[in-house]
Design a protein around this ligand. Structure first.
Ligand code: ZN
Length: 376
């Protein structure tokens, strides 16, 4: 049996593989940071039908130790179809057993969104009607951060921004963006036509390519949490945020959605700007309307579970959502999808998945279409 993680978004260290029924592994921390939770590794040379056991021995010291309770790892034989493997959080370790059907299997914290797929997505997006690669930022390690614009009406006055995967282990965020781009490919879509008659879309499908490639949970190459850098972005520490912020200041923002995954909460939810000092009845009404429309449109979404709302004036404005909502006085949301499942509509086989993330992206476009006339 060979275990490897030396590939795109791979992360695991082998501590002791002498007993195939109790392979002891550890998750590697983010570069220049103590954060860790994301894991992704390949196991070769298995005997189908035999039982193997894997133990992520340092899970209890990870960034979100409570996240392992009720969590099940994902596995795949082909890196396309991912399924959940019953997992147990015991004495600080995450343990799972498999009787593989094939000699090679991959395990991960969530269905990975690869750099290869990212490259295809950017190509696909540039072929959309009205699309262009407007600008390209560079990560600390020189990877591209693509800003795409979709503009189908020169008179469109609204600017709608969607950015994803500031936290690099939150791969569901780029699956969401793939759903957005897939829906934009459909020709005959009355909702989208209405949206694009009034608004241009600005899409950043991956904000943190270094972190994603390196198998990080939370930070960029410098150990910077990009979603705590929106009041201090610099070319030296957080060029990823600096680039997008500069573009926003040139272009303007009328609606901002920042796409994330949450390790602990087994529901899809939003976090808004209620703690911002400029939060007004207008913004409160827009937030309420956005959430209600998602529910009314049948999206996998709910408002019972989520983060405790901030007190007025107490927002942490280093977060993208709060920073952009404050600077541009616009509707701004963090959209959080689960690593576990959306317990309102559980699927024990897949849990929350890339496919469900994509569908949410499509549903969110429908809500943006319904609201585009009221953003200002
Ligand atoms: Zn996040």
């Amino acid at each position: 049996m060979q275990i490897s993680a030396n590939f795109d978004s791979g992360n695991v260290e082998v501590i002791d593989a002498s007993n195939p029924q109790q392979v002891v592994l550890a998750i590697r921390p983010d570069t220049h940071s103590g954060h860790f939770q994301w894991f992704h590794f390949k196991v070769d040379g298995l005997t189908p039908g035999r039982q193997y056991g894997f133990s992520l021995s340092n899970a209890g010291q990870s960034s979100y130790p409570n996240a392992w309770t009720g969590y099940h790892a994902v596995a795949s034989y082909d890196q396309r179809n991912w399924f959940r493997v019953p997992s147990r959080f015991e004495q600080g370790a995450l343990n799972f057993d498999v009787e593989p059907q094939q000699a090679t299997i991959w395990f991960a914290y969530f269905e990975p969104y690869s750099r290869a797929r990212h490259a295809q997505l950017i190509d696909q997006a540039q072929r959309l009607a009205g699309a262009e690669l407007l600008a390209t930022g560079r990560s600390l390690e020189g990877r591209a951060i693509e800003l795409l614009r979709i503009s189908r009406n020169p008179q469109a006055s609204r600017k709608i921004w969607l950015i994803a995967q500031q936290h690099p282990g939150e791969h569901m965020a780029e699956w969401f963006m793939e759903g957005v781009i897939e829906r934009l490919q459909q020709g005959d879509d009355a909702e989208l036509n209405a949206l694009l008659a009034q608004a241009d879309l600005y899409l950043v499908p991956n904000m943190n390519p270094d972190g994603a490639f390196r198998g990080h949970l939370r930070t960029n190459f410098a150990g910077c949490d990009l979603n705590r850098a929106w009041q201090s972005a610099s070319e030296a520490e957080s060029p990823e945020v600096y680039f997008v912020q500069q573009q926003m200041r040139v272009i303007g923002v009328d609606l901002f959605l920042d796409i994330h995954g949450d390790e602990e909460i087994a529901h899809v939810f939003t976090a808004g700007c209620e703690g911002n000092p400029n939060f007004s009845p207008r913004l409160a009404r827009l937030e309420q309307q956005f959430r209600q429309l998602l529910i009314d449109n049948g999206a996998e979404f709910q408002t019972t579970f989520g983060y405790t709302p901030d007190q007025f004036g107490q927002a942490n404005t280093t977060l993208a959502c709060n920073a952009v909502g404050l600077e541009f006085d616009c509707l701004a949301f963090t959209i959080e999808m689960p690593f576990k499942d959306h317990d309102d509509r559980p699927n024990p086989h897949t849990g929350w998945s890339g496919e469900r993330s994509k569908q949410l992206g499509k549903d969110v476009l429908g809500v943006a279409a319904a609201m585009v006339g009221q953003l200002r």
